[in-house]
Design a protein around this ligand. Structure first.
Ligand code: R5P
Length: 287
């Protein structure tokens, strides 16, 4: 078994390898002077069961290309089986057409990964579970919910309400609520423009309770910041948030740092930005 990584999330790849008492496979994954991605494996992989750890994080197109070229190099070097470990699957929010003449980008990315020669994909908390079906190769779709629930259970918090920050996340939040033994509240949100979030209504009782917002990803942070404001207005004693993927796009860290939230907890599917701890953003590992 060998583990290689691109440049998207080297700390996570190292951490996975260390759990397995392995060194990361040696490879050059860089850029030629003309801007093209350069990959060269520096180890023999013939007949090996190879895992490539590569989240599709910013710059997502570049990291995708690294992944595709690494898969191709492994195939051509006679690896026996290649598994693409994609802890965060970018392009997942473009899994359907929302208006005419748009691509279905998540499907195209799935085609590219399979065409490059991956035998299997291992990923976590896909934004839309249907993306699993975009692949004609086996997909292991892992969830961070049990890990995050363990973390909360160890805090022995009482009087907790789990909050889904939008209608699409209710199933996910309900499972999490069952795991930590809490009640449930649901926020209905709307997006008047791309990347802008507004709370429309909230269902459930949060007054006098500790609210834990549970989401799959944090991008601009707008969904969480707006949800937290509403929860405080409705009488929540405290608000924390947790999500599998911390993308923290644009000024998300600043927005969350200035929000009424006491803490934001994400996993390490994506590396944390340097300024995260000052904004009360913490990380647990899925390694
Ligand atoms: C939405 O469907 C997702 O579950 C997240 O709530 C959303 O992606 C968060 O985006 P943002 O942080 O930009 O509001």
């Amino acid at each position: 078994l060998q583990i290689f990584t691109g440049n998207a999330n080297i700390p996570l790849a190292r951490s996975i390898a260390s759990h397995l008492n392995l060194n990361l496979g040696r490879a050059i994954v860089g850029v030629f002077k003309n801007g093209e991605t350069r990959v060269q494996l520096e180890e023999n992989v013939r007949g090996s069961d190879v895992f490539i750890v590569q989240s599709l994080t910013t710059p997502v197109d570049h990291h995708l290309m690294e992944l595709l070229l690494m898969i191709d190099a492994l195939r051509r070097a006679s690896a026996q089986r290649v598994t693409a470990v994609i802890p965060y699957y970018g392009y997942a929010k473009q899994e359907k057409k929302t208006t005419g003449r748009e691509p279905i980008s998540a499907k195209l990315v799935a085609n590219l990964i399979a065409t490059a020669g991956a035998d299997r994909v291992l990923t976590m908390d896909l934004h839309a579970p249907a993306i699993e079906g975009f692949f004609d190769i086996p997909v292991d779709h892992l969830q961070a919910g049990p890990l995050i629930a363990d973390h909360f259970r160890s805090r022995n918090m009482k009087n907790v309400v789990v909050v889904s920050p939008d209608a699409g996340g209710v199933g996910r939040a309900n499972k999490f609520r069952e795991r930590i033994g809490a009640s449930l509240a649901i926020i209905a949100k709307q997006r008047p423009a791309p990347d802008v979030s507004e709370v429309v209504e909230m269902v459930g009782d949060v007054a006098g309770k500790h609210a834990v917002i549970f989401d799959d990803m944090i991008s601009t942070g707008g969904t969480l910041a707006e949800a937290a404001k509403t929860l405080k207005e409705r009488g929540a004693i405290s608000v924390v948030a947790c999500a599998t993927h911390g993308i923290f796009a644009g000024n998300a860290v600043e927005l969350l740092g200035d929000s009424v939230m006491e803490e934001v907890l994400v996993t390490d599917t994506i590396p944390l930005p340097a300024e995260a701890s000052a904004a009360r953003i913490a990380q647990i590992s899925v390694a």
